[in-house]
Design a protein around this ligand. Structure first.
Ligand SMILES: Cc1cc2nc3c(=O)[nH]c(=O)nc-3n(C[C@H](O)[C@H](O)[C@H](O)COP(=O)(O)OP(=O)(O)OC[C@H]3O[C@@H](n4cnc5c(N)ncnc54)[C@H](O)[C@@H]3O)c2cc1C
Length: 449
């Protein structure tokens, strides 16, 4: 890896620059290099991985944001196979719970569901039918014309909407749940039911020993072997066409390519590419992003038995409790336990201005109220990640307002997570997007589509 020298032109190979070294940019870089292109991957961070990167939490090095692989994540598993890691995945079944009216409820089978006190039997029946019905819909585009609230109220009833769906939507989207189409909740239900639909039985959750730190490290080595030049700590300021080349202006000087692919989120892409036409720009700018403030905690032991605890009590300052130790063997954490407390918020939420100490005080006070045997003394390390723009919300008519991949600027391509339609943001979708976009980005002559 180097920071300054411009990439040499490979004999017969075209030079392609990729902006953004997350899983999307890395996958595109690998596939293009395998086709003989000379690829330069430009990442502003000090390491590759983006949202999937790892970091240090006290003594533990693990994912900055919680990540699991599902048994049904076929594209991600194929990539991991390619990296020689798929056979190492450790699989487990995990428990899900609810925290409702100040109590924990296990929610892992029909009996537990039928016992769940906040809903009457008719409500439960309607809730169960909503999920079964949604998981069978195969043409989600028709859901894009209905807002999520009307759809859920109609299918599940008002009481279930107020008691279950609205708190869950608020936990994931804040008040902007009102902007989401029914396709948003459909995508979540389908991801949770993908394994069952594929006939795999209960969904299994997996991780690679060493976590994403190991995946990214192996991936980076693979990119280097494939001849990809990786420029870390290099922020791109603009991407413009000049004569017959695309010029990328970075904090480490200018780079020139035949083609450039921007993989950063839609709003960053709009800022970086001033030559886009008005329609392209508006398709990037109209994306409504959700952000996250995500605390990682190293603890002496797990908080409870559940991998995910969904929270419907709205006084709790975080959206869910994710107990990684329910999936990952504790020896990965040196015998300790690792939990995440994510709070999904709008990019301009006041929480982004709060310092780590204030967040720690408020989050730990809530844990003390929720868990009888929790005390702050059990916390060995606490670290907060903040990302203002994580995912583009599925708003009504979303799939009709996608940004272009091949833009009106010849040689300039946009492949961003905003192109993931009617699905949740996950690495399986990210890898699938990179592989689908490959044919457009690598078409014989730059074409507009
Ligand atoms: C809290 C959370 C939990 C998640 N859980 C799961 C999970 O359990 N399972 C799962 O499969 N997926 C999960 N995901 C989703 C997964 O992380 C994403 O699908 C994936 O990381 C997206 O990769 P990306 O490359 O599209 O975006 P990013 O990772 O955002 O990559 C974009 C890159 O572009 C770089 N960049 C931006 N601007 C510039 C610039 N001007 N110049 C140079 N570089 C720039 C950024 O630094 C970044 O590295 C989770 C995500 C979050 C946030």
């Amino acid at each position: 890896m180097h920071l300054s020298a411009p990439p040499a032109r490979a004999a017969g190979g075209e030079r392609i620059g990729i902006v953004g070294g997350g899983m999307l940019g890395m996958t595109l870089a690998l596939r293009l290099a395998e086709r003989g292109r000379h690829v330069t991957l430009i990442e502003s961070g000090s390491e590759l991985g983006g949202l999937a990167a790892a970091w240090q939490i006290g003594e533990v090095r693990w994912d900055r944001h919680y990540h699991v692989t599902l048994a049904s994540d076929a594209r991600l598993r194929a990539l991991l196979r390619d990296l020689g890691l798929e056979s190492e995945i450790r699989w487990t079944l995990a428990q899900t719970g609810f925290y409702t009216d100040g109590r924990f409820y296990s929610m892992n089978n029909l009996v537990e569901f039928l016992r769940f006190p906040p809903l009457g039997i008719v409500d439960k029946l309607r809730l169960g039918l909503t999920i079964a019905y949604a998981s069978r819909i195969t043409d989600p585009e028709r859901l894009e014309s209905t807002d999520v609230e009307s759809w859920l109220r109609r299918l599940s009833g008002n009481r279930t909407f107020e008691r279950i769906w609205r708190p869950l939507l608020r936990a994931k989207l804040g008040e902007r749940y009102r902007d989401a189409s029914a396709a948003f909740i459909w995508a979540i239900i389908v991801r949770l039911y993908a394994a069952r639909r594929a006939g795999l039985g209960a969904e299994r959750f997996g991780y690679v020993p060493g976590g994403y730190a190991r995946i990214i490290e192996r991936f980076a080595a693979r990119l280097e072997n494939a001849g990809v030049d990786t420029l870390l700590g290099t922020r791109v300021a603009s991407v413009r066409r000049q004569e017959d080349r695309i010029v990328v202006e970075t904090t480490a000087g200018e780079q020139t390519f035949e083609r450039v692919v921007v993989t950063a989120n839609a709003r960053i892409a709009a800022r970086l590419c001033p030559q886009l036409d008005d329609d392209e720009r508006s398709r990037l700018d109209d994306k409504v992003y959700g952000g996250i403030v995500c605390a990682s905690l190293v603890l002496d032991r797990p908080l409870g038995p559940f991998y995910v605890t969904n929270i419907t009590d709205e006084w709790v300052p975080f959206s869910a409790v994710i107990d990684m130790s329910a999936i990952v063997e504790r020896r990965e954490f040196g015998g300790a336990a690792l939990a995440y407390l994510p709070k999904y918020v709008a990019p301009d939420d006041a929480l982004f201005a709060l310092d780590d100490a204030s967040i720690e005080t408020s989050f730990l006070a809530a844990l003390e109220r929720m868990y009888a045997d929790f005390s702050p003394a059990r916390v060995r390390a606490f670290r907060v990640s903040r990302v203002r723009e994580v995912f583009a919300l599925a708003t009504p008519g979303y799939s009709k307002r996608l940004p272009p991949i091949a833009t009106s600027v010849p040689g300039l391509y946009l492949v961003t997570s905003a192109h993931i339609v009617n699905a949740t943001l996950n690495v399986n979708q990210t890898v699938g997007l990179a592989e689908r976009a490959l044919e457009i980005v690598d078409a014989p002559a730059p074409v507009r589509r």
